[in-house]
Design a protein around this ligand. Structure first.
Ligand code: GFB
Length: 317
C-alpha cells in the first residue's frame, strides 16, 4: 500500500496565480482550485503579455502571488509545432524566463512549471523515466517546443540551486478534454479526430482521414486528472528533479481512432495519409515516482473521450 506524501505547502489562504487560465490546462486548474480554500489570480493576455519582461515584473510586483502555476504556453499539435518553429521556441522561452525570474524577484514561495513529454529523446527507452532527459536527439517535429520546455525546467532547477527557491517542474503526457483546440491546423490528435469523425457522420462521408501511418503510440491523460495532479504536487512535491505525469498505458493512433469513431457514432472507415508526419514512434511516461508519492489518475480513456465529445457538442459543434 502506498503512503501519500505529506502536505508541505498547503494552498489554504494563499494567493495563487494561474498563468494561462484561458488554455485547456489553465481552465481545468481553475475548476480544480475552486475546491480549495485559496484566492485565485488570473490576468488576460490583452492586459499582460507574458513575453514582455518589464510588464511581467510590474504585474508580479503589483499583485504579489504566493504560489504560481505556469500553464501559459504557445502550444499545438504536430503540424503547428512543425510549421511554426520560431513561435514555439521564442514564445515559450520568453514565457518561462519572464515568469520564473519575476516570481523569484517578487518572493513567490512556490512555483510549478509545466513542460511536456516531448522533452525526452525521440527514441528514449519506454516507458520514459525522468532520467531519460538529454540522453539522445529530440523528435524533429517538436524539437523547438522541447528545447524551450527543457530550458524552463532547467530554470526551475537553477533557481532552486542558486537561490533556494521552491520551484518545481512537471512533464505531462499528451492531454485532452474540455477547452481543447478543435481547429485542425493547431489541434492535437484527440480533438482533430473528434471533429473529423463528427463532421463525417453528419455529412455521410465514407472515410475519415488520419495523418501518418496510425502506428505511433500515445499515452492520453484527461486534463481534469492533470489539474488534480498539479494541485497535489504543488502541495506535496519539493525536489529539483522534474516529475512525469501520465496515465501509465498507451494506445496506437489506429486504436484511438476506432474508439473515437465508436463514441461519436461514425460507422465509416479510415484513410491514412502517409504524406503527413508520424512524429515520435512512442511516448509513454514512466510514472513510478508520481505513484510513489501517492497520486493516481481516475478518468479512463473511454470515459474521458465521452466527456471531451460532450464538451465539443455543447461548445464547438
Ligand atoms: O497529437 P499530435 O498532434 O501530437 O499527434 P504529438 C499525435 C499522432 O497522431 C501523430 C497522428 O502520429 C499524428 O500524425 N494524427 C493522426 C494526427 N491524425 C491526426 C490529425 O488529424 N491531427 C493531429 N494533430 N494528429 C505533440 C507535440 O506531438 O504532442 C507537442 O508536437 C506536444 O509539442 C504534444 O508535446 C503533447 O504527440 O505527435
Amino acid at each position: 500500500m502506498s503512503v501519500t506524501a505529506p502536505r508541505l505547502f498547503p494552498l489554504d489562504g494563499r494567493r495563487v496565480f494561474v498563468a494561462g487560465h484561458r488554455g485547456m490546462v489553465g481552465g481545468a486548474l481553475l475548476r480544480r482550485l475552486a475546491r480549495e480554500r485559496c484566492e485565485v489570480l488570473t490576468v488576460d493576455r490583452a492586459e499582460l503579455d507574458l513575453r514582455r519582461q518589464a510588464e511581467v515584473e510590474r504585474w508580479f510586483a503589483a499583485h504579489r502571488p504566493q504560489a504560481v502555476f505556469v500553464a501559459a504556453a504557445t502550444v499545438g499539435g504536430i503540424l503547428a509545432n512543425d510549421t511554426r518553429p520560431a513561435e514555439f521556441l521564442y514564445d515559450n522561452l520568453l514565457i518561462a524566463g519572464n515568469v520564473i525570474a519575476a516570481a523569484h524577484q517578487a518572493g513567490v514561495a512556490k512555483l510549478l512549471y509545466l513542460g511536456s513529454s516531448c522533452i525526452y529523446p525521440r527514441l528514449a527507452a519506454q516507458p520514459m523515466a525522468e532520467e531519460a532527459l538529454l540522453g539522445g536527439p529530440l523528435e524533429p517535429t517538436n524539437q523547438w517546443y522541447a528545447v524551450a520546455k527543457i530550458a524552463g525546467l532547467k530554470l526551475c532547477a537553477a533557481y532552486r540551486r542558486q537561490y533556494g527557491a521552491d520551484f518545481i517542474s512537471v512533464q505531462p503526457t499528451n492531454l485532452y478534454g474540455p477547452g481543447d483546440t478543435f481547429d485542425l491546423r493547431a489541434s492535437h490528435v484527440v480533438p482533430a479526430l473528434i471533429a473529423k469523425a463528427h463532421h463525417a457522420k453528419l455529412t455521410g462521408e465514407a472515410e475519415v482521414e488520419i495523418w501518418g501511418t496510425g502506428t505511433p503510440r500515445r499515452e492520453f491523460l484527461h486534463v481534469d486528472d492533470l489539474a488534480d495532479a498539479l494541485v497535489f504536487l504543488m502541495e506535496r512535491y519539493s525536489e529539483e528533479s522534474h516529475l512525469n505525469i501520465g496515465w501509465g498505458e498507451d494506445v496506437s493512433i489506429k486504436e484511438l481512432a476506432a474508439l473515437i469513431a465508436e463514441i461519436v457514432g461514425f460507422t465509416g472507415g479510415f484513410r491514412y495519409d502517409a504524406t503527413r508526419p508520424d512524429g515520435a514512434p512512442r511516448k509513454l511516461l514512466d510514472v513510478a515516482k508520481l505513484r510513489a508519492l501517492g497520486w493516481r489518475p481516475g478518468i479512463p480513456l473511454r470515459q474521458g473521450l465521452e466527456n471531451a465529445y460532450r464538451w465539443f457538442l455543447e461548445n464547438v459543434a
